[in-house]
Ligand binder design. Structure first.
Ligand SMILES: N[C@@H](CCC(=O)N[C@@H](CS)C(=O)NCC(=O)O)C(=O)O
Length: 237
């Protein structure tokens, strides 16, 4: 059994999509990020970086349970465990790894920061024009890189793989990081193709609510403190 520590965010969706694709049995452990559950010691015992997604696989490589954090490590673990989504042959596998690492180290951090300044800081009345312009410009550059890459094939690394899964959920929220998707027609076509997969349609509804996703409200002081505050601000009364 696999326990996925999950919230309905792009990084959470990457891990959920991969679990659905590989067909292993899993349970969702919802983490309420706005309430600050990611900062609790019990969660950080699994995910010491205090971020979702995290995964506990009760059948690690030596037969003992193993805990993973960082979406890239989780996707790679699931792909290696099942022999799926890692490309056809050693050459394609290297392509998959290149684009997986591109997502986790270049694309994800840049669009994450752009989201912060475009969608959240602005609603708090924070003057962050320079930061917003800088990260949106970098996001635009990265979407151009992706669009150019997709001129070479239907998927980013040969056949459909964890590299596509890593990128896809962020592209679905492009407007939130200041990107007009029609400017990148190959990205639109690629994203529409992936959106038809059953794994992309997996949108579990959070227990106790009637929705799969609710955008965090940056004007709510607790949400702001838990998601964007530092440790001192979180503990201040
Ligand atoms: N590099 C990490 C990023 C994970 C991450 O930033 N997760 C966000 C949700 S998308 C989170 O847990 N945010 C909670 C917080 O910042 O307190 C990964 O790829 O797993």
């Amino acid at each position: 059994m696999l326990d996925l520590y999950y919230a309905a965010t792009p990084n959470g969706r990457k891990a959920l999509m991969t679990l659905v694709e590989v067909g292993l049995p899993y349970r969702l452990r919802w983490v309420d990020l706005e309430a600050g559950e990611q900062h609790e010691p019990a969660f950080q015992a699994v995910s010491p970086n205090g971020r979702i997604p995290a995964l506990v696989d009760d059948e690690g490589p030596d037969g003992r349970p193993i805990a993973l954090f960082e979406s890239g490590a989780i996707l790679l673990h699931l792909a290696e465990r099942t022999g799926l989504l890692l490309g056809e042959g050693p050459r394609e596998r290297i392509e998959v790894l290149k684009w997986l690492f591109w997502q986790t180290s270049s694309f994800g951090p840049a669009v994450g920061q752009a989201t912060h300044f475009v969608s959240y800081a602005s609603q708090r009345g924070i003057d962050a024009d320079y930061a917003r312009q800088r990260f949106v410009a970098e996001a635009r550059r990265l979407y151009r890189v992706l669009d150019t890459r997709l001129a070479e094939g239907e998927y980013v690394a040969g056949s459909f793989s964890i590299a596509d899964i890593a990128i896809f959920p962020w592209v679905r929220v492009a407007r939130g990081h200041g990107i007009e998707l029609p400017e990148y027609p190959r990205v639109v076509a690629w994203s529409d193709t992936i959106a038809r997969r059953a794994s992309a349609k997996a949108r579990p509804v959070r227990p106790g609510t009637d929705r799969a996703f609710r955008s965090p409200d940056p004007t709510d002081p607790t949400t702001w403190k838990m998601l964007f505050g530092n440790a001192e601000e979180r503990t201040a009364r």
